[in-house]
Design a binder for this molecule. Structure first.
Ligand code: MIC
Ligand code: SF4
Length: 646
């Protein structure tokens, strides 16, 4: 029986476990990436492991998230990350060089290799045939130290693409269509593999838009084959030498198949407040808009920007609309500057932002109260823009640009004929903003620069035998990591200071939660399905850890967040019967007896006693082998230290 592309790459990298659906496997990681908002913590964790030089083929530290420097904190973190990188063998992409995923695709990604990154949109690398997975900072630290990365052997979904996109219908519409069909939890435990004749009609940046936003499906990752189009892209990046041809076998077996005829797609938008709340532009009608933001790791490639410039040429942004544009990398920005497209954008009245995440993570450009903002980004969770009642719609760059001119939501197909946009045969290459690590013989001389806002990892302790704690918070379905640990310009500078950032934990849902949890000292959080969707930020586990949360009991978890809870030593529990969710109220006294011993004995089903209501609730604690040992040790850091000591 033939293999899928995913299986081929995973098989090549398998170092632990059995190659069987649903079982835990350890894979060797060739490359890692970090960004600054998760990076400081990841490098503190790396330092705590005591490995002098990274053991990967390539590790890169990017500065792209916390670029608004309204105090010393972010600048200190940048210097810290830069110095750690220099010392320990990591390439450092300086602020201004671009968004991690865009730059990694351009300059470092290699077909057939494995990459993990402390950012959930790491699967962007799947656009050139990598197995690229988002992970918590601690997992990335372990991989840099040479450790394997563990995932559940995924189900593999084939997305069979046929036909060709109509003019002005975009790659963004392809992934929005997949989201419409599968939902934000439809990809959990799965890899989405794109195949079919339609693949050949998509350029690498288009493929990368699709794999990038596969993160919103909750998928482990998404991947395209590596073919002659990949080769063309790598050639233009002067990296043809890293290309290999890769595809699934003809007779590969998939767990699910989805057919998408590209020719049948129409312009789409994800409506507030979820990336899977997808409607056609026709259904939405000519809605008046207040803001348009173009950029982010999903849609900031040269190709996207050239289309935007073409639409803006000779026009003026509508008087009621503010348009901002953030090209994804220095390479893109510089090429736009040299070919005149930047001037077209400036002329039209666009507010040009630096090549960074910017508005996507709430670092500026929050919309007006109740404002309708069209964004080419990947997430529109409530409050993420920085304006609590902002109405964010996720759309393609083409749709965003034409709407910015008209002042209302506009179908880009009204633009008429579309010229043929071609990628350049050679990109502008200048890696002067990527600082290579110090040679091994000089690493001891590199001083680590630590600012006063950088505080150590919170205290952990081995799993107790009994958890006797109140329910400090009860929340509903689809809780995102932006609810658990909000981001934005005010809170992001606290990413390296867990005691300080914890004061904002869950405040979107309940302002009093941090105080209450601290007063209780120990507590349990109860939630609904797809708990922890979205970002890879381990702060969404470290802040609860600091606040004394011992267990999280939900209907179901999102993948990365569950792993982060385990890494932080917090027990992840699920209801055996989802209806039992109703049997717990906030404030109820809960009890898990002999939980340590039961986990040691390999029992997966435990009994939670609700002392307040006098009821017993069966719950699942699905830990096996390694994850069991991590929880018993009190988290991945303790587990790793124990393993190194052994
Ligand atoms: C995001 O898009 O939510 C982020 C900010 O890039 C996060 C990482 C973080 O919170 O630092 C992600 O996607 O993992
Ligand atoms: Fe940055 Fe936004 Fe991409 Fe996250 S989703 S990496 S914040 S651009």
């Amino acid at each position: 029986m033939g293999l899928t592309l995913t299986e081929k790459i995973l098989k090549n990298h398998l170092v632990d476990g059995e190659f069987k659906k649903g079982s835990e496997i350890g894979i060797k990681i060739d490359q890692t990436l970090t960004q600054d908002a998760t990076g400081t913590m990841a490098y503190l964790e790396y330092e705590a492991m005591g490995v002098p030089r990274v053991k990967t083929e390539r590790s890169v530290a990017y500065i792209d998230h916390n670029t608004l420097q309204s105090g010393f904190e972010n600048a200190d973190d940048h210097r810290f990350i830069g110095s750690v990188a220099r010392k320990h063998g990591i390439y450092f992409s300086r602020p201004g060089n671009g968004i991690c995923h865009q730059v990694h695709l351009e300059r470092f990604g290699v077909p057939g290799k494995t990459l993990i990154g402390s950012d959930s949109h790491t699967p962007t690398g799947g656009g050139i045939g990598m197995i690229a997975i988002g992970a918590g900072g601690l997992d990335v630290a372990v991989a840099m130290g040479g450790g394997a990365y563990y995932i559940t052997y995924p189900k593999i979904v084939k997305v069979n693409l046929t036909g060709k996109l109509s003019p002005w219908v975009a790659a963004k519409d392809v992934i929005l269509e997949v989201l419409r069909r599968l939902s934000v939890k439809g990809g959990v435990g799965k890899v989405i593999e794109y195949t079919g004749v339609g693949v050949k009609t998509l350029s690498v940046p288009e493929r990368a838009t699709i794999t990038n936003m596969g993160a919103e499906l909750g998928a482990t990752t998404s991947i395209f084959p590596s073919d002659e189009i990949t080769l063309e892209f790598l050639k233009a990046q002067n990296r043809a030498d890293v290309w290999t041809e890769l595809s699934a076998d003809e007779d590969a077996q998939y767990d699910e198949v989805i057919d998408i005829d590209l020719s049948s797609l129409v312009p789409l938008a994800a409506c507030p407040h979820s990336p899977d709340n997808v409607k056609t532009v026709e259904e939405l009608g000519a809605m008046k808009i207040d803001q348009v933001c173009i950029g982010s790791c999903t849609n900031s490639s040269l190709m996207d920007m050239l289309k935007v410039a073409y639409i803006l040429k000779g026009k003026t942004v509508h008087p009621d609309v503010s348009l901002s544009i953030a090209p994804g990398s220095k390479q893109v920005l510089n090429m736009l500057a040299k070919n005149g497209a930047l001037s077209v954008m400036i002329d039209a009245g666009a507010r040009i932002l630096e090549s960074a995440c910017g508005p996507c993570i709430g670092m500026g450009q929050s919309p007006n109260s109740g404002g309708i903002s069209l964004r080419t980004f990947n997430r529109n969770f409530e409050g993420r823009s920085g304006t609590k009642d902002g109405q964010i719609y996720l759309v393609s760059p083409e749709l965003a640009a034409v709407s910015a001119i008209n002042g209302y939501l506009t179908d880009p197909r009204t633009l008429g004929d579309m010229p043929k946009f071609k990628l350049p045969e050679v990109f502008e290459i200048n890696d002067n903003m990527i600082v290579p690590p110090a040679p091994v013989e000089e690493m001891d001389k590199v001083e680590i620069l630590r600012g006063p806002n950088i505080k150590p990892f919170p205290n952990t302790e081995p799993l107790a035998d009994t958890i006797d704690a109140a329910c400090s918070l009860k929340v509903g379905d689809n809780i995102t990591t932006d609810h658990i640990m909000p981001a934005g310009a005010k809170i992001l500078p606290l990413r390296s200071n867990i005691p300080a950032i914890s004061k904002h934990c869950f405040t979107v849902c309940d302002e009093d939660f941090p105080e209450r949890a601290l007063t209780l000292k120990k507590s349990i959080i109860v939630g609904g399905s797809n708990y922890g969707q979205g970002s890879s930020r381990e702060h969404a586990a470290l802040a609860p850890l600091y606040l004394g949360v011992k267990a999280v009991l939900v209907k179901s978890f999102a993948r990365i967040h569950r792993a982060n809870l385990i890494n932080a030593g917090i027990l992840p529990l699920t209801f055996v019967n989802e209806e039992d969710y109703e049997k717990i109220g906030q404030g109820d006294e809960l009890l898990l007896e002999n939980v340590r011993q039961k986990i040691i004995d390999g029992k997966q089903q435990l009994t939670l006693i609700n002392k307040t209501k006098g009821t017993e609730i069966p719950v699942l604690c699905e830990l096996s082998g390694r994850t069991k040992d991590i929880i018993l040790a009190g988290g991945l850091l303790d587990y790793t230290r124990e393993s190194i000591a052994k």
